[in-house]
Design a protein around this ligand. Structure first.
Ligand code: FE
Length: 130
């Protein structure tokens, strides 16, 4: 079994681990647009030292292409860990990212996320380019 088959997916409205990709359904070719990826849009995911989202990755696969492009990897490194103990720290990174992308061809955005205790998750969004 390949790693691709280890990614879990579900309906993001009911499953808190599914990354939600927010961007226009159709964009103009070669024009920057904003992409937001977050988890727990409807059902919140915890953000504690013991249970948190460690990273989100975003990929782009042009229609008909053999290859997939890595758009960015975003790590969330603060989850309340401190000398005083778990969840006693002063900082937490929220598991949401905003980035900017431009595309020349229609294709599919793929988001993957990693929960430190619930593993790998993914979602996709088709994007039109005109
Ligand atoms: Fe989890």
């Amino acid at each position: 079994m390949g790693i691709g088959e280890r990614y879990q997916t579900d309906n993001w409205r009911t499953e808190k681990h599914v990354p939600v990709i927010d961007c226009p359904d159709t964009v103009n070719a070669d024009e920057m647009f904003e992409v937001n990826v977050t988890l727990g849009k409807e059902v919140a995911h915890p953000n504690t030292t013991e249970h948190h989202i460690a990273w989100i990755s975003l990929y782009y696969h042009p229609d008909g292409s053999k290859f997939t492009y890595d758009l960015g990897h975003f790590e969330f490194n603060a989850h309340g860990a401190a000398v005083a103990g778990p969840n006693e720290g002063p900082a937490y990174t929220h598991h949401g990212v905003s980035t900017w992308v431009k595309l020349s061809q229609p294709g599919t955005l793929h988001a993957t996320a990693y929960c430190n205790i619930h593993g790998l998750w993914e979602s996709t969004k088709e994007i039109g380019v005109e």
